[in-house]
Design a protein around this ligand. Structure first.
Ligand code: TXA
Ligand code: MG
Length: 332
Protein backbone atom coordinates (compact mmCIF):
# COMPACT_ATOMS: atom_id res chain seq x y z
CA UNK A 1 0.00 0.00 0.00
CA UNK A 2 1.29 3.46 -0.94
CA UNK A 3 0.51 6.21 1.58
CA UNK A 4 1.20 9.93 1.82
CA UNK A 5 3.58 10.58 4.73
CA UNK A 6 0.95 11.91 7.14
CA UNK A 7 1.55 11.73 10.91
CA UNK A 8 -0.76 8.72 10.97
CA UNK A 9 1.05 6.89 8.14
CA UNK A 10 4.44 7.63 9.71
CA UNK A 11 3.28 6.26 13.08
CA UNK A 12 1.99 3.14 11.33
CA UNK A 13 5.29 2.77 9.45
CA UNK A 14 7.33 3.14 12.67
CA UNK A 15 5.15 0.47 14.29
CA UNK A 16 5.76 -1.86 11.35
CA UNK A 17 9.54 -1.29 11.62
CA UNK A 18 9.47 -2.09 15.35
CA UNK A 19 7.44 -5.23 14.60
CA UNK A 20 10.13 -6.49 12.21
CA UNK A 21 8.32 -5.60 8.98
CA UNK A 22 9.60 -3.78 5.89
CA UNK A 23 8.68 -0.23 4.83
CA UNK A 24 9.36 1.52 1.51
CA UNK A 25 10.82 4.93 2.35
CA UNK A 26 11.87 7.92 0.29
CA UNK A 27 15.39 9.29 0.65
CA UNK A 28 16.94 12.15 -1.31
CA UNK A 29 18.85 9.63 -3.47
CA UNK A 30 16.49 6.73 -4.25
CA UNK A 31 13.72 4.90 -2.41
CA UNK A 32 14.92 2.46 0.23
CA UNK A 33 13.48 -0.79 1.56
CA UNK A 34 13.80 -0.20 5.28
CA UNK A 35 13.93 -2.53 8.27
CA UNK A 36 15.12 -2.33 11.87
CA UNK A 37 18.89 -2.71 11.48
CA UNK A 38 19.09 -4.35 14.93
CA UNK A 39 16.59 -7.11 13.99
CA UNK A 40 18.41 -9.91 12.19
CA UNK A 41 15.23 -11.61 10.98
CA UNK A 42 13.88 -8.34 9.54
CA UNK A 43 17.16 -7.70 7.72
CA UNK A 44 17.16 -11.27 6.40
CA UNK A 45 13.72 -10.68 4.93
CA UNK A 46 15.08 -7.70 2.95
CA UNK A 47 17.40 -10.11 1.12
CA UNK A 48 14.53 -12.48 0.37
CA UNK A 49 12.20 -9.74 -0.91
CA UNK A 50 14.86 -8.17 -3.14
CA UNK A 51 16.32 -11.54 -4.18
CA UNK A 52 19.65 -10.00 -3.19
CA UNK A 53 22.89 -12.03 -2.98
CA UNK A 54 23.57 -12.78 0.70
CA UNK A 55 27.13 -11.45 0.61
CA UNK A 56 26.08 -7.91 -0.35
CA UNK A 57 25.81 -5.96 2.92
CA UNK A 58 23.20 -3.27 3.68
CA UNK A 59 23.62 0.43 4.44
CA UNK A 60 22.40 1.47 7.90
CA UNK A 61 20.58 4.81 8.05
CA UNK A 62 20.93 7.04 11.10
CA UNK A 63 20.04 10.60 12.06
CA UNK A 64 23.51 11.97 12.66
CA UNK A 65 27.14 11.31 13.53
CA UNK A 66 26.27 10.69 17.19
CA UNK A 67 23.90 7.83 16.32
CA UNK A 68 26.39 6.56 13.74
CA UNK A 69 29.18 6.49 16.31
CA UNK A 70 27.24 4.05 18.47
CA UNK A 71 27.40 1.55 15.59
CA UNK A 72 30.79 2.25 14.00
CA UNK A 73 34.02 4.12 14.62
CA UNK A 74 33.93 7.11 12.28
CA UNK A 75 37.44 8.18 13.16
CA UNK A 76 38.67 11.75 12.56
CA UNK A 77 38.13 11.66 8.78
CA UNK A 78 34.65 10.14 9.16
CA UNK A 79 33.74 12.89 11.63
CA UNK A 80 34.91 15.56 9.19
CA UNK A 81 33.03 14.02 6.26
CA UNK A 82 29.90 13.65 8.38
CA UNK A 83 30.16 17.28 9.43
CA UNK A 84 30.62 18.42 5.84
CA UNK A 85 28.07 16.21 4.05
CA UNK A 86 25.51 14.77 6.53
CA UNK A 87 22.64 14.72 6.34
CA UNK A 88 23.16 13.93 2.69
CA UNK A 89 24.01 11.46 -0.06
CA UNK A 90 27.24 9.94 1.29
CA UNK A 91 27.74 6.56 2.98
CA UNK A 92 30.76 5.91 5.18
CA UNK A 93 32.15 2.36 5.50
CA UNK A 94 33.90 2.18 8.87
CA UNK A 95 34.97 -0.38 11.48
CA UNK A 96 31.92 -1.80 13.21
CA UNK A 97 31.60 -1.55 16.98
CA UNK A 98 30.42 -5.17 16.93
CA UNK A 99 32.81 -7.91 15.88
CA UNK A 100 35.76 -7.30 13.62
CA UNK A 101 33.92 -6.29 10.45
CA UNK A 102 32.83 -3.07 8.81
CA UNK A 103 29.52 -1.23 8.65
CA UNK A 104 28.18 1.23 6.05
CA UNK A 105 26.47 4.26 7.64
CA UNK A 106 24.50 7.13 6.14
CA UNK A 107 22.42 9.99 7.54
CA UNK A 108 19.83 10.73 4.82
CA UNK A 109 18.54 14.26 4.24
CA UNK A 110 14.96 13.43 3.20
CA UNK A 111 12.54 14.61 5.92
CA UNK A 112 10.37 11.47 5.62
CA UNK A 113 13.36 9.15 6.07
CA UNK A 114 14.49 11.22 9.06
CA UNK A 115 11.04 11.12 10.64
CA UNK A 116 10.86 7.36 10.19
CA UNK A 117 14.28 6.85 11.84
CA UNK A 118 13.29 9.16 14.70
CA UNK A 119 9.81 7.70 15.24
CA UNK A 120 10.87 4.06 15.07
CA UNK A 121 13.79 4.84 17.41
CA UNK A 122 15.91 2.38 15.47
CA UNK A 123 18.72 2.65 12.92
CA UNK A 124 17.26 1.55 9.60
CA UNK A 125 18.94 -0.89 7.24
CA UNK A 126 17.82 0.07 3.74
CA UNK A 127 19.03 -0.99 0.33
CA UNK A 128 17.43 0.52 -2.74
CA UNK A 129 13.83 -0.73 -2.97
CA UNK A 130 14.15 -2.57 -6.29
CA UNK A 131 14.51 -6.22 -7.20
CA UNK A 132 18.23 -7.01 -7.28
CA UNK A 133 19.76 -6.02 -10.63
CA UNK A 134 17.04 -3.55 -11.65
CA UNK A 135 17.32 0.25 -11.83
CA UNK A 136 16.74 1.85 -8.42
CA UNK A 137 13.28 3.32 -7.75
CA UNK A 138 12.94 7.09 -7.69
CA UNK A 139 9.18 7.21 -7.02
CA UNK A 140 6.85 5.34 -4.67
CA UNK A 141 5.10 3.98 -7.78
CA UNK A 142 8.35 2.35 -8.95
CA UNK A 143 8.57 0.58 -5.59
CA UNK A 144 4.95 -0.53 -5.73
CA UNK A 145 5.33 -1.84 -9.29
CA UNK A 146 8.06 -4.24 -8.18
CA UNK A 147 7.43 -4.95 -4.51
CA UNK A 148 3.69 -4.47 -3.88
CA UNK A 149 2.47 -7.18 -1.56
CA UNK A 150 5.98 -7.81 -0.26
CA UNK A 151 6.28 -4.69 1.93
CA UNK A 152 4.00 -3.57 4.76
CA UNK A 153 3.75 0.03 3.58
CA UNK A 154 5.35 2.39 1.06
CA UNK A 155 5.64 6.02 2.16
CA UNK A 156 5.23 8.37 -0.81
CA UNK A 157 7.63 11.30 -0.49
CA UNK A 158 7.36 12.27 -4.16
CA UNK A 159 10.10 11.82 -6.76
CA UNK A 160 13.61 11.75 -5.28
CA UNK A 161 15.81 14.75 -6.02
CA UNK A 162 19.29 13.25 -6.49
CA UNK A 163 18.11 10.18 -8.40
CA UNK A 164 21.28 8.07 -8.01
CA UNK A 165 22.43 6.16 -4.93
CA UNK A 166 24.76 7.72 -2.37
CA UNK A 167 28.51 8.00 -2.77
CA UNK A 168 30.07 5.11 -0.81
CA UNK A 169 33.45 5.87 0.77
CA UNK A 170 35.56 3.20 2.45
CA UNK A 171 37.30 4.59 5.51
CA UNK A 172 38.15 1.18 6.94
CA UNK A 173 41.21 0.57 4.75
CA UNK A 174 44.61 2.27 4.91
CA UNK A 175 43.73 4.67 2.11
CA UNK A 176 40.23 6.20 2.00
CA UNK A 177 38.67 5.41 -1.35
CA UNK A 178 35.38 5.87 -3.19
CA UNK A 179 33.70 2.49 -3.67
CA UNK A 180 30.65 3.88 -5.50
CA UNK A 181 30.49 7.39 -7.00
CA UNK A 182 27.44 9.51 -6.22
CA UNK A 183 26.29 13.09 -5.84
CA UNK A 184 29.13 13.93 -3.46
CA UNK A 185 31.67 14.04 -6.26
CA UNK A 186 35.24 12.73 -6.46
CA UNK A 187 36.34 16.35 -6.91
CA UNK A 188 34.68 17.35 -3.60
CA UNK A 189 36.14 14.32 -1.81
CA UNK A 190 39.67 14.86 -3.15
CA UNK A 191 39.87 17.84 -0.79
CA UNK A 192 39.62 15.32 2.08
CA UNK A 193 42.26 12.99 0.67
CA UNK A 194 39.70 10.43 -0.53
CA UNK A 195 40.84 8.65 -3.70
CA UNK A 196 38.55 8.08 -6.66
CA UNK A 197 37.93 5.01 -8.76
CA UNK A 198 36.46 5.27 -12.23
CA UNK A 199 33.99 3.12 -14.13
CA UNK A 200 35.89 0.17 -15.46
CA UNK A 201 38.64 0.31 -12.83
CA UNK A 202 39.68 -3.06 -11.50
CA UNK A 203 40.16 -1.62 -8.01
CA UNK A 204 38.54 -3.80 -5.32
CA UNK A 205 34.95 -2.59 -5.41
CA UNK A 206 32.07 -2.65 -2.93
CA UNK A 207 30.59 -6.14 -2.73
CA UNK A 208 27.46 -4.81 -4.40
CA UNK A 209 29.30 -3.56 -7.45
CA UNK A 210 30.25 -7.12 -8.45
CA UNK A 211 26.75 -7.93 -9.54
CA UNK A 212 24.68 -7.01 -12.53
CA UNK A 213 23.05 -3.75 -11.75
CA UNK A 214 20.77 -0.97 -12.89
CA UNK A 215 19.54 -3.06 -15.79
CA UNK A 216 16.30 -2.24 -17.53
CA UNK A 217 14.52 -5.07 -19.35
CA UNK A 218 16.15 -4.07 -22.67
CA UNK A 219 19.85 -3.85 -23.62
CA UNK A 220 21.63 -0.55 -23.02
CA UNK A 221 24.19 0.90 -25.44
CA UNK A 222 26.30 3.66 -23.91
CA UNK A 223 28.18 6.13 -26.08
CA UNK A 224 30.99 8.30 -24.71
CA UNK A 225 32.63 11.30 -26.34
CA UNK A 226 35.35 10.49 -28.88
CA UNK A 227 38.26 12.67 -29.95
CA UNK A 228 36.31 14.34 -32.75
CA UNK A 229 32.64 13.79 -31.98
CA UNK A 230 30.46 14.01 -28.92
CA UNK A 231 28.28 11.11 -27.88
CA UNK A 232 25.15 13.27 -28.13
CA UNK A 233 26.00 14.06 -31.80
CA UNK A 234 26.06 10.43 -32.90
CA UNK A 235 23.09 8.86 -31.10
CA UNK A 236 20.86 9.40 -34.14
CA UNK A 237 23.31 7.48 -36.35
CA UNK A 238 23.22 4.64 -33.88
CA UNK A 239 19.44 4.76 -33.76
CA UNK A 240 19.29 4.51 -37.54
CA UNK A 241 21.58 1.49 -37.74
CA UNK A 242 19.70 -0.26 -34.96
CA UNK A 243 16.33 0.53 -36.55
CA UNK A 244 17.54 -0.90 -39.86
CA UNK A 245 18.38 -4.09 -37.99
CA UNK A 246 14.80 -4.32 -36.76
CA UNK A 247 15.27 -2.80 -33.31
CA UNK A 248 13.18 -0.01 -31.81
CA UNK A 249 15.76 2.37 -30.32
CA UNK A 250 15.07 4.84 -27.53
CA UNK A 251 17.47 7.74 -27.04
CA UNK A 252 18.67 9.43 -23.84
CA UNK A 253 21.07 12.37 -23.86
CA UNK A 254 22.05 15.68 -22.29
CA UNK A 255 21.81 18.73 -24.51
CA UNK A 256 19.46 20.39 -26.93
CA UNK A 257 16.05 18.99 -27.61
CA UNK A 258 15.74 18.09 -31.29
CA UNK A 259 13.16 16.38 -33.40
CA UNK A 260 13.55 12.62 -33.51
CA UNK A 261 11.11 9.93 -34.50
CA UNK A 262 12.14 7.63 -31.67
CA UNK A 263 11.03 7.68 -28.07
CA UNK A 264 13.52 9.14 -25.63
CA UNK A 265 14.46 11.67 -23.00
CA UNK A 266 16.56 14.79 -23.39
CA UNK A 267 17.97 16.25 -20.17
CA UNK A 268 19.08 19.86 -19.75
CA UNK A 269 22.09 19.02 -17.60
CA UNK A 270 24.05 16.15 -16.07
CA UNK A 271 22.29 16.78 -12.75
CA UNK A 272 18.91 16.50 -14.50
CA UNK A 273 20.03 13.25 -16.13
CA UNK A 274 21.05 11.88 -12.73
CA UNK A 275 17.62 12.72 -11.33
CA UNK A 276 15.69 11.24 -14.22
CA UNK A 277 17.86 8.42 -15.56
CA UNK A 278 16.34 5.49 -13.69
CA UNK A 279 12.78 6.68 -14.34
CA UNK A 280 13.66 7.05 -18.03
CA UNK A 281 14.98 3.48 -18.09
CA UNK A 282 11.77 2.19 -16.55
CA UNK A 283 9.59 4.18 -18.95
CA UNK A 284 11.54 3.44 -22.12
CA UNK A 285 11.93 -0.30 -21.51
CA UNK A 286 8.21 -0.55 -22.30
CA UNK A 287 8.46 1.47 -25.54
CA UNK A 288 11.66 0.27 -27.20
CA UNK A 289 13.87 -2.79 -27.67
CA UNK A 290 17.20 -1.06 -27.07
CA UNK A 291 18.24 2.02 -25.12
CA UNK A 292 20.97 4.24 -26.58
CA UNK A 293 22.42 6.65 -24.01
CA UNK A 294 24.95 9.42 -24.60
CA UNK A 295 27.01 9.54 -21.40
CA UNK A 296 27.76 12.98 -19.94
CA UNK A 297 31.39 14.02 -19.34
CA UNK A 298 33.27 12.50 -16.39
CA UNK A 299 33.02 15.46 -14.07
CA UNK A 300 30.94 16.09 -10.93
CA UNK A 301 27.78 13.99 -10.94
CA UNK A 302 28.87 12.72 -14.39
CA UNK A 303 31.17 10.21 -12.68
CA UNK A 304 28.20 8.61 -10.91
CA UNK A 305 26.04 8.58 -14.05
CA UNK A 306 28.82 6.92 -16.05
CA UNK A 307 29.31 4.32 -13.31
CA UNK A 308 25.61 3.35 -13.42
CA UNK A 309 25.57 3.36 -17.24
CA UNK A 310 28.71 1.24 -17.37
CA UNK A 311 27.04 -1.41 -15.25
CA UNK A 312 23.69 -1.11 -17.04
CA UNK A 313 25.51 -1.80 -20.30
CA UNK A 314 27.32 -4.82 -18.88
CA UNK A 315 30.73 -3.12 -18.79
CA UNK A 316 30.97 -1.68 -22.31
CA UNK A 317 31.38 1.92 -23.47
CA UNK A 318 31.29 2.69 -27.20
CA UNK A 319 33.29 5.66 -28.42
CA UNK A 320 31.62 8.29 -30.60
CA UNK A 321 33.20 8.18 -34.04
CA UNK A 322 33.51 4.41 -34.17
CA UNK A 323 31.09 2.74 -36.53
CA UNK A 324 27.72 1.85 -35.01
CA UNK A 325 27.17 -1.89 -34.65
CA UNK A 326 24.12 -3.96 -33.89
CA UNK A 327 25.86 -6.45 -31.63
CA UNK A 328 23.86 -5.88 -28.45
CA UNK A 329 25.39 -8.70 -26.48
CA UNK A 330 21.98 -10.31 -26.07
CA UNK A 331 23.57 -13.72 -25.88
CA UNK A 332 25.22 -13.10 -22.49
O1 TXA B 1 21.55 6.15 -1.63
C1 TXA B 1 21.69 5.02 -1.15
O2 TXA B 1 22.76 4.62 -0.71
C2 TXA B 1 20.46 4.11 -1.12
C3 TXA B 1 19.41 4.76 -0.22
C4 TXA B 1 18.23 3.88 0.02
O3 TXA B 1 20.00 5.16 0.98
N1 TXA B 1 20.79 2.80 -0.68
C5 TXA B 1 21.50 1.94 -1.46
O4 TXA B 1 21.71 0.71 -0.89
O5 TXA B 1 21.92 2.22 -2.55
P1 TXA B 1 22.21 -0.56 -1.72
O6 TXA B 1 22.08 -1.69 -0.78
O7 TXA B 1 21.47 -0.67 -2.99
O8 TXA B 1 23.72 -0.28 -1.94
C6 TXA B 1 24.63 -0.39 -0.85
C7 TXA B 1 26.03 -0.42 -1.36
C8 TXA B 1 26.34 -1.74 -2.01
O9 TXA B 1 27.20 -1.54 -3.13
C9 TXA B 1 27.05 -2.50 -0.89
O10 TXA B 1 27.89 -3.51 -1.38
C10 TXA B 1 27.81 -1.37 -0.22
O11 TXA B 1 26.94 -0.28 -0.24
N2 TXA B 1 28.15 -1.71 1.18
C11 TXA B 1 27.30 -1.88 2.22
N3 TXA B 1 27.98 -2.25 3.33
C12 TXA B 1 29.28 -2.30 2.99
C13 TXA B 1 30.49 -2.62 3.68
N4 TXA B 1 30.47 -2.96 4.96
N5 TXA B 1 31.65 -2.59 2.98
C14 TXA B 1 31.68 -2.24 1.67
N6 TXA B 1 30.57 -1.91 0.97
C15 TXA B 1 29.40 -1.95 1.60
MG1 MG C 1 20.84 -1.04 -4.94
Amino acid sequence: MVAAPTAQALALAAGLIRAGRLVGMPTETVYGLAANALDVAACTSIFAVKRRPADNPLIVHVLDAAQASALGDLGPLGQRLAEAFWPGPITLVVRSRQGGGTIALRAPAHPVARQLIALSERPLAAPSANLSGRPSPTTAQHVAAELAGLVGLILDGGPTTVGLESTVVDLSAKVPVILRPGAISPEALAAYGVLATAAGDSHAPSPGTRYRHYRPAIPVVVLVDGPNQSAAQVIDEWALVLAQAGEVPALVWVGDRRPTKWPGRCFASSAAMATGLFAAMRELETKATVLVVAAPPAEGIGHAIRDRLWRAAGGVFRIAGQLPSVDLGKGD
